[in-house]
Design a protein around this ligand. Structure first.
Ligand code: DX5
Ligand code: ZN
Length: 217
């Protein structure tokens, strides 16, 4: 299981140090949540901030766009140093064109679905995706409760990815902690985002180690 700490729950007054901290704590990816106050009822930060953060780690930047017009910002995030760029099927941009542009700019495309969106929405794109992101909370805020009823979507995606012999990863985001990560693992998840569980813990290293160990036991 890969662990991607979500910086949404970090101390923004020392953003760079927080990234260094999760890097040293053994994170596999750095998950950065971009919100526009329109696609979701919250605001975070944009590409200029991501660009400034790039020098604090060599870990891949897993950038989760919760914005209405992802296509319009792909160049900005490519220039900022994003590695994986996730956008939502529910956003307004054309899905084909957005995947193509992400690839053209040398990043890995990922498609995200909100809890109310069925898994079959992403099936036509699976071959072209580096990752599928299944939201296990309504996007917009950290610290919400894990929606276990999203696991049938993960299972369906796992089956379909394996049946087609693909290497597309499945990521879940929202409410992942020591009580929920094993359900995700058993359902076939490859990457778990964890905000509160990592940044709310006394030791990020222990928290990440525990999450990973729970999938191995
Ligand atoms: C929510 C964000 C998540 C969030 C997860 O919209 O996409 O990445 O930070 O936070 P936790 O792990 O606290 O649920
Ligand atoms: Zn996220």
């Amino acid at each position: 299981m890969l662990i991607a700490p979500s910086l949404l729950s970090c101390d923004f007054s020392c953003f760079g140090d927080e990234i260094r901290r999760v890097d040293e704590a053994g994170a596999d990816l750095v998950h950065l949540d971009i919100m526009d106050g329109h696609f979701v009822p919250n605001l975070t930060f944009g590409a200029p901030v991501v660009k400034k953060l790039r020098r604090f780690t060599d870990l891949p930047f897993d950038v989760h766009l919760m914005i209405s017009q992802p296509l319009a910002y792909i160049d900005d995030f490519a220039d900022a140093g994003a590695d994986i760029l996730s956008f939502h099927t529910e956003a307004d941009s054309d899905i084909d064109a957005t995947i193509r542009k992400i690839e053209d700019r040398g990043m890995r495309p990922a498609l995200a679905i909100k809890p109310g969106t069925p898994a079959h929405t992403v099936l036509p794109y699976l071959e072209r995706l580096y990752m599928v992101l299944v939201m296990t909370v309504e996007p917009g805020f950290g610290g919400q409760r894990f929606m276990a009823d999203m696991m049938p979507k993960v299972e369906l995606l796992r089956q379909e990815i394996d049946r087609r012999g693909l290497s597309t990863l499945i990521e879940v985001d929202g409410g992942i902690d020591r009580h929920t990560i094993r359900q995700a693992y058993i359902s076939g998840v490859d990457v778990c985002v964890a905000g509160t569980a990592v940044f709310g813990a006394p030791s990020a290293m222990d928290a990440i180690g525990e999450l990973r160990a729970l999938c191995e036991s």
